[in-house]
Ligand binder design. Structure first.
Ligand SMILES: *Cc1c(COP(=O)(O)O)cnc(C)c1O
Length: 391
């Protein structure tokens, strides 16, 4: 340890004290409003059912995991060891051997996608990025930030890549490295691109320079816990993957994990002397609190607990599809998905349940806080809505 003298408690709150009455009133009003809207949130893939109060004392520390979590830093108020444990667990779930694994806790799925594309560009500066129409909006933004050449591929009706279109498009660019942005659970329909078919296409066309990044924001934490998962991990040929932490696991601060092979990262690493660490991450300063959240959740659930959690979500999704159908609403979902898709209902229903709509569809995502009673209420509302009877 550093041998620095320690303030005997209270250092963090020094100078702030109790809020003024007007400030307290604002906080109370905000608290009530948040409590209210949290009860009716069924359209976004965030688990709202958690309790991290055991971590409250750590809000008193300026935790900062600046730079590469696998290298020590001169800044000692950090949770880097905890972060490495989180990365190791996620690597295991994604079938990435520990000796080859590198990753860090990100600010969310978007940053993880950016990291994957950034590495892909470092490795294949002239590559073209291929991604389906159903890909998350963050990808187009990231491609614009990174200024990477890209081609959008058609999607099938269920949200999966159109493999014929991918084949044809790659075929006419056979002289160029291929970077595939594969969806392991699309945002609107929960569709999973078939990594075996994607690799088959690259093999058929004798493409040797390729990179596959998986956007597994939501389903990356579902597939490891089901009986018969679609291929999703490093064993299925991906080179990097982005997962969200605030989705299946749930977190009061947005966060995620990005994983790749340490061999790739060594090629982009740059040492920053005054930090005593490596500049391998997109941000410089990084939260030391979010790794603690994910670590705590993993400790709390364990892998069996997560399996139970995910099983419950899938059961509720199956229940929702059944209930919708009973009421004559043509709802459906992809295999191993908790995203239940149905015709867009009246705006009041979208608002009331925070259902994410897109064009003529909407979805309910059966996250752990979405109960069967909530599903019943939504189904009843939709069955009585003009939007549902149009189709
Ligand atoms: C949610 C989501 C993202 C973005 O994740 P954030 O954590 O919100 O940045 C990216 N891709 C997919 C498929 C998602 O569902």
């Amino acid at each position: 340890m550093s041998g620095q003298p320690r303030a005997s408690g209270g250092h963090a709150s020094q100078g702030m004290g109790e809020p003024r009455p007007a400030t307290r009133a604002r906080l109370d009003a905000l608290h009530d409003a948040l409590e209210e809207v949290t009860q009716r949130q069924a359209g976004y893939p965030a688990n709202l059912a958690y309790d991290y109060s055991a971590l409250t004392p750590f809000l008193r520390y300026s935790l900062n995991n600046i730079g590469d979590p696998f290298h020590e830093s001169n800044y000692q108020v950090n949770t880097r060891a905890i972060e490495r444990e989180v990365v190791a667990t996620f690597a295991d779930l994604m079938h990435l051997p520990a000796a080859e694994a590198w990753g860090y806790v990100t600010s969310g799925g978007t940053e993880g996608n950016m990291y994957g594309l950034y590495l892909a560009r470092k490795l294949h500066p002239d590559g073209i990025v291929y991604f389906s129409q159903d890909t998350h909006y963050s990808v187009l933004k990231n491609l614009s930030v990174l200024n990477m050449r890209n081609i959008m591929i058609k999607s099938q009706e269920n949200g999966e890549l159109d493999y014929d279109d991918l084949y044809e498009t790659v075929r006419i660019h056979r002289d160029t490295p291929v970077i595939v942005m594969a969806n392991i659970g699309t945002t609107m329909k929960g569709a999973i691109d078939d990594l075996t078919r994607v690799r088959g296409i690259l093999e058929d066309l004798a493409i040797t320079n390729h990179y596959i990044h998986a956007d597994a924001a939501l389903s990356g934490l579902i597939l490891p816990f089901v009986e018969d998962p679609q291929p999703y991990g490093f064993d299925a040929g991906i080179d990097s993957v982005s997962l969200s932490g605030h989705k299946v696991i749930g977190a009061p601060l947005p966060c995620g994990v990005v994983l790749t092979k340490n061999d790739y990262v060594n090629r982009v690493a740059r040492s920053v002397e005054y930090l005593g660490t490596l500049d391998t991450t997109v941000p410089g300063s990084r939260s030391g609190f979010t790794p603690l959240i994910l670590w705590y959740a993993l400790e709390h659930y364990g892998l069996d607990g997560l399996r139970t959690l995910v099983g419950g979500m899938l059961d509720t999704a199956a229940y929702a599809v059944e209930r919708f159908k009973e009421k004559g609403v043509p709802a459906w979902r992809n295999r191993n998905s908790v995203t239940v898709v149905f015709p867009r209902p009246a705006e009041a229903i979208v608002q009331a349940w925070q259902l994410a709509p897109l064009g003529d569809i909407a979805h309910v995502i059966t996250m752990p806080h979405v109960t069967r009673a909530m599903v019943d209420d939504i189904v009843d509302a939709c069955a009585g809505s003009s939007g549902a009877t149009e189709t």
